[in-house]
Design a protein around this ligand. Structure first.
Ligand SMILES: *Cc1c(COP(=O)(O)O)cnc(C)c1O
Length: 224
């Protein structure tokens, strides 16, 4: 078994354990393998091991890597988990199945226009800035409901859930708790939270999607 296949197996087991401990079914948690910066061969190993849900941060990188991989491995669901510039909306709508990072009105309007133009409608999530960090993208928690209503009811975007990236130095648990609470209030079922360092806690607190890179692929090499 390849190292990546072994890592995937271990992560799946840890997800199942955390889910079971919380009285949830392991199948209620989706594993988004974060393949940003990873070469196509590493991603192909994960695909060969049966993984089909992936997350990428950059439209440009995904555009270079995924069309060929998708031809080789049918059934991929690709998530955009990084910031989206409005001038990349056309590529993003064409390439991704889920856009997790809807974080401002201008972007929501651009996505709605592109979906109307093309008829292609990737599912969308609102990124919430649970730590209210000034430098971080995301909607303020107090605006979650109003922004969700704008996206869903006024613009007609296919909204499915909320995602967050807690502040690096905080205990993530209160952020996970807040995101789960906000999702309930917004009437959304999908909760994307938890990364390599903290996904068992996220699963215990209701994550339906965990986004895991390092624990599957090893450390990232940004220089490559
Ligand atoms: C990189 C990234 C992840 C994965 O982080 P790891 O610590 O490598 O698991 C998850 N979510 C987002 C938004 C990311 O940018």
């Amino acid at each position: 078994m390849s190292a990546i296949a072994a890592n995937l197996k271990a992560v799946r087991a840890a997800i199942a354990e955390a889910a079971t401990a919380a009285g949830r079914s392991p199948e209620s948690v989706n594993l988004v393998a974060v393949s940003k910066t990873q070469p196509a061969e590493a991603v192909a190993e994960a695909l060969s091991a049966g993984q089909r849900m992936f997350g990428e941060n950059r439209v440009q990188e995904a555009k270079g890597k995924w069309p060929v991989l998708r031809d080789r491995f049918p059934g991929v669901e690709l998530h955009l988990i990084g910031p989206l510039q409005t001038n990349k909306v056309r590529d993003a709508v064409a390439l991704f199945d889920v856009i997790e990072t809807v974080d401002r009105e201008k972007l929501a309007r651009a996505l709605a226009a592109e979906m109307t133009r093309t008829g292609r409608r990737p599912n969308c999530m609102v990124q919430i800035n649970t730590g209210r960090e000034p430098q971080k993208a995301g909607i303020d928690p107090d605006q979650a409901e109003a922004f969700t209503r704008l996206c869903r009811d006024e613009l007609g975007l296919p909204m499915i859930g909320l995602m967050c990236i807690p502040p690096v130095d905080d205990d993530p648990a209160p952020h996970f708790h807040l995101l789960a609470e906000l999702a309930k209030r917004c009437g959304l079922n999908v909760i994307s939270m938890g990364m390599s360092e903290d996904y068992p806690a996220a699963v215990r607190m209701g994550a339906t999607h965990v986004r895991i890179g390092t624990a599957i692929f090893g450390a990232r090499n940004y220089a490559a």
